[in-house]
Design a protein around this ligand. Structure first.
Ligand code: MG
Length: 247
């Protein structure tokens, strides 16, 4: 069942989402050569607590950290640890916060120092595919239209779309219905309604879109170890478009 949020609930979510966006952006700016992913995680935990929130991911299904820190070939769900970021890496920072009973979920992939042009293009296309999907969002539109717009951008760039992982509804639960693949057919799927809150999150690969789960049971990598990027916002459906909550 899809939960429709009241305007008051969306107001709370946008308040929490804005604070979470500031934390995400601070972490992104700290992702420089020499810092460990665990240091980023510690800062994330402190900032979420200071904002009056709770980390959504910590303990979720047993996940052991506040952020998912996914470096290079890691697509999502990387566990922060002693890995030191190096010049030329990319890092996906995925973070969720529960605030006044409601979650927000957002992710960005950023360069560490200078990166190759073709890897920068991967980041740009991933972001662009998100915004192509976002543009389709409004009351009355089929979810398949949103998914198809994302797919088109990624496929025209000849990158891989990770198919096993999807966007999702967000609210009192971190992951609610519906699930939102990053590919689909126009005119199919759920019809978006004002008050629905969803996370759209394309996961894109430079090479094969096939995935592997690492021995830690969490980290998902590309099977060919090619670079991968992830970009995500939580947004509310409105009569005229989408309201990004995590900004
Ligand atoms: Mg998500």
């Amino acid at each position: 069942m899809i939960h429709i949020k009241t305007p008051e609930e969306i107001k709370i979510m946008s308040e929490g989402g804005h604070m979470l966006a500031l934390i995400r952006d601070e972490l992104a700016s700290l992702a420089k050569p020499g810092i460990t992913t665990k240091q980023l995680d510690d800062i994330a935990f402190k900032r979420i607590k200071a904002a009056g929130g709770e980390p959504s991911f910590l303990g979720h299904g047993g996940f052991p950290a506040t952020i998912c820190a996914s470096v290079n070939e890691q697509i999502v769900h990387g566990i922060p640890g002693n890995q030191i970021l190096q010049e030329g890496d990319i890092i996906g920072i995925d973070i969720g916060m529960k605030y006044k009973g409601f979650h927000n979920d957002t992710a960005v992939t950023v360069p560490v120092g200078q990166i190759d042009k073709n890897i920068q293009n991967l980041l740009d296309i991933t972001k662009k595919s998100f915004y192509a999907g976002l543009k389709e969002v409004k009351n009355g539109v089929h979810l398949g239209d949103v998914q198809n717009a994302i797919q088109k951008v990624i496929e025209s760039a000849k990158y891989g779309i990770v198919r096993e992982l999807t966007g999702h509804g967000v609210g009192r639960e971190l992951q609610e219905e519906p699930s939102i693949p990053n590919f689909g057919k126009k005119g199919t799927g759920y019809i978006l309604k004002t008050g629905m809150v969803i996370a759209i999150e394309p996961m894109v690969t430079l090479g094969s879109p096939e995935i592997n789960i690492s021995q830690d049971g969490w980290t998902i990598t590309t099977s060919d170890l090619s670079m991968s990027a992830h970009f995500e916002h939580t947004l509310a459906v409105t009569p005229s478009g989408a309201q990004i909550l995590t900004q």
